[in-house]
Design a protein around this ligand. Structure first.
Ligand SMILES: Cc1cc2nc3c(=O)[nH]c(=O)nc-3n(C[C@H](O)[C@H](O)[C@H](O)COP(=O)(O)O)c2cc1C
Length: 362
C-alpha cells in the first residue's frame, strides 16, 4: 500500500536503497508524446548523490533504462516502466542500525508496522525511492510543457538564512548557478557556509524550498477532497523529511486583514481575468485561477548525523549510535528536482482530469 500516486496519470514506485535497483511505472501517460529521454536523465542528474561536497558522497550514476511504453521515441499510451540500478551500496555501514533505532528516522516505525525491514540504506524510507518520482515527474513536465506550464523550485532558506527571489521571473538556469540551487548568490554563500559548518561538526541542517508553477490555466483542480492545494500538500508531505507546506500567503496570511489579503480581480490587456496580488497562490476553491501557483515546503534537518546519539534497541534497552555511512548534511539541494517532480505529477493529473471533461464543440 501507499506506493502509487495520481488518478489519471498514475505512478507506482518500487525498489529499496540497497536492493538491485529501483524505479517507476507510469500508467496513463498520453500517447504520441515525443519523449526527450535526455531530459529525464538530466532531472535524475540533478537529484543524484555525489554531485557536490554539500551532499552525500554515495556514488550513483542513476542511469535510467526505459523498459516499456516507448516506440521510436514516442509514448505508446501503455505503461512506461523506468528503472535505475543501484551501484554503490555499502551495506556494512548499516550494521549498527540493525540493533539500534536512528532517532527521527523510519527504523522504529517500519519495525512497528512490518516486523521486518530492509535495514541497509533505510530501504524504502531512503530518498533513493524518489529517483522514480523524479523520472516520472520529468515525463509529466514534458506533457505539461505542451500546455505552456513551467515549474521552477529553489532553495529559499537554510537554517534561518533567507534568499530574496522573484517568483515571477526565476528560471531553472538561474537556480542551477550554484551547487546549493539557490538563485540569490549572496544568501547562497552564507547558506553554503552554514551547511559546511554543520557537516564539519557532524551535524545537519534543514530549510525551506519554494516552488512556482507558471502558465497553469484557470480551471484545473477539483472541489472538496481533491482540491488542488490539498493534492499538492499531500504530494509535498510525501517527500522524505518534509514537515510543512504553505500555498500562497500560508501562515503569514494569518497576520493580515481580509482587505489586505484579498486578491482583487482585473482584466488584463489580453482580455484574460487576473488578480492584482497573489496571496491565494494561484488557487481558489481548490481550482487554479490562472495566476502562478506558489508553494513553500519545510524540510527538517537530516536525521542521520555523524555524532554519537543515545537511543534504544528493539527490546528498549539503551544503546548509543555512532552512525557511519554517507549522508546529506542538508537534503535541500537534492530535493529541488523532487519538489518540481511532485508538483508536475499533481498538475498533470488535474490537467488530464480537466481534458476528460471537454466535449468537442463546447
Ligand atoms: C533528497 C533527500 C536526501 C535525504 N538524505 C538523507 C540522508 O542522507 N540521511 C538521512 O538520515 N535522511 C535523509 N533524508 C531524509 C530521510 O529519508 C527521512 O527523514 C526518513 O525517511 C524519515 O522520514 P520523515 O523524515 O519524512 O519522517 C533525505 C531526504 C531527501 C528528500
Amino acid at each position: 500500500m501507499g506506493s502509487s500516486f495520481g488518478a489519471l496519470f498514475r505512478i507506482t514506485t518500487f525498489g529499496e536503497s540497497h536492493g538491485p535497483g529501483l524505479g517507476v511505472v507510469i500508467d496513463g501517460c498520453p500517447p504520441r508524446l515525443a519523449l526527450d529521454v535526455a531530459q529525464v536523465q538530466a532531472e535524475l542528474d540533478r537529484r543524484r548523490p555525489g554531485q557536490s561536497r554539500l551532499v552525500t558522497q554515495r556514488k550513483e550514476s542513476d542511469q535510467v533504462e526505459i523498459l516499456s511504453g516507448l516506440s521510436e521515441g514516442r509514448t505508446l499510451g501503455t505503461p512506461i516502466a523506468m528503472m535505475i540500478r543501484n551501484q554503490d551500496a555499502r551495506s556494512k555501514d548499516y550494521e549498527e542500525i540493525s540493533h539500534a533505532y536512528r532517532p527521527s528516522h523510519a527504523d522504529y516505525t517500519y519495525d512497528a508496522k512490518y516486523g521486518i525491514r530492509a535495514i541497509a540504506g533505510g530501504g524504502r524510507a531512503s530518498a533513493r525511492e524518489t529517483a522514480g518520482r523524479v523520472a516520472a515527474g520529468a515525463v509529466a513536465q514534458q506533457v505539461l510543457a505542451t500546455f505552456g506550464v513551467e515549474i521552477v523550485a529553489w532553495v529559499d532558506e537554510v537554517w534561518g538564512i533567507k534568499a530574496t527571489v522573484d517568483d515571477t521571473t526565476v528560471t531553472r538556469a538561474g537556480v542551477d548557478i550554484n551547487d546549493l540551487r539557490c538563485p540569490d548568490p549572496v544568501a547562497a554563500a552564507t547558506m553554503i557556509e552554514r551547511i559546511e559548518k554543520a557537516r564539519k561538526d557532524g551535524d545537519s541542517v534543514g530549510g525551506v524550498i519554494r516552488c512556482v508553477a507558471r502558465g497553469v490555466p484557470a480551471g484545473w483542480g477539483e472541489p472538496v477532497f481533491d482540491k488542488l492545494e490539498a493534492d499538492l500538500a499531500k504530494a509535498m508531505l510525501s517527500i522524505p523529511a518534509v514537515k510543512g507546506v504553505e500555498n500562497g500567503s500560508g501562515f503569514a496570511g494569518t497576520l493580515m486583514t481580509g482587505s489586505e489579503h484579498n486578491d482583487l480581480f482585473e482584466r488584463r490587456p489580453d482580455g484574460r481575468i487576473g488578480t492584482r496580488t497573489n496571496h491565494s497562490g494561484g488557487i481558489q476553491g481548490g481550482i487554479s485561477n490562472g495566476e502562478p501557483i506558489t508553494l513553500r515546503i519545510a524540510f527538517k534537518p537530516t536525521a542521520t548525523i555523524m555524532r554519537p546519539q543515545a537511543t534504544v534497541d528493539a527490546s528498549g534497552a539503551p544503546a548509543v549510535l555512532a552512525p557511519k555511512g554517507r549522508h546529506d548534511p542538508c537534503v535541500l539541494p537534492r530535493a529541488v528536482p523532487i519538489v518540481e517532480a511532485m508538483t508536475a505529477l499533481v498538475l498533470v493529473d488535474h490537467c488530464l482530469r480537466q481534458q476528460a471533461r471537454a466535449i468537442p464543440g463546447h
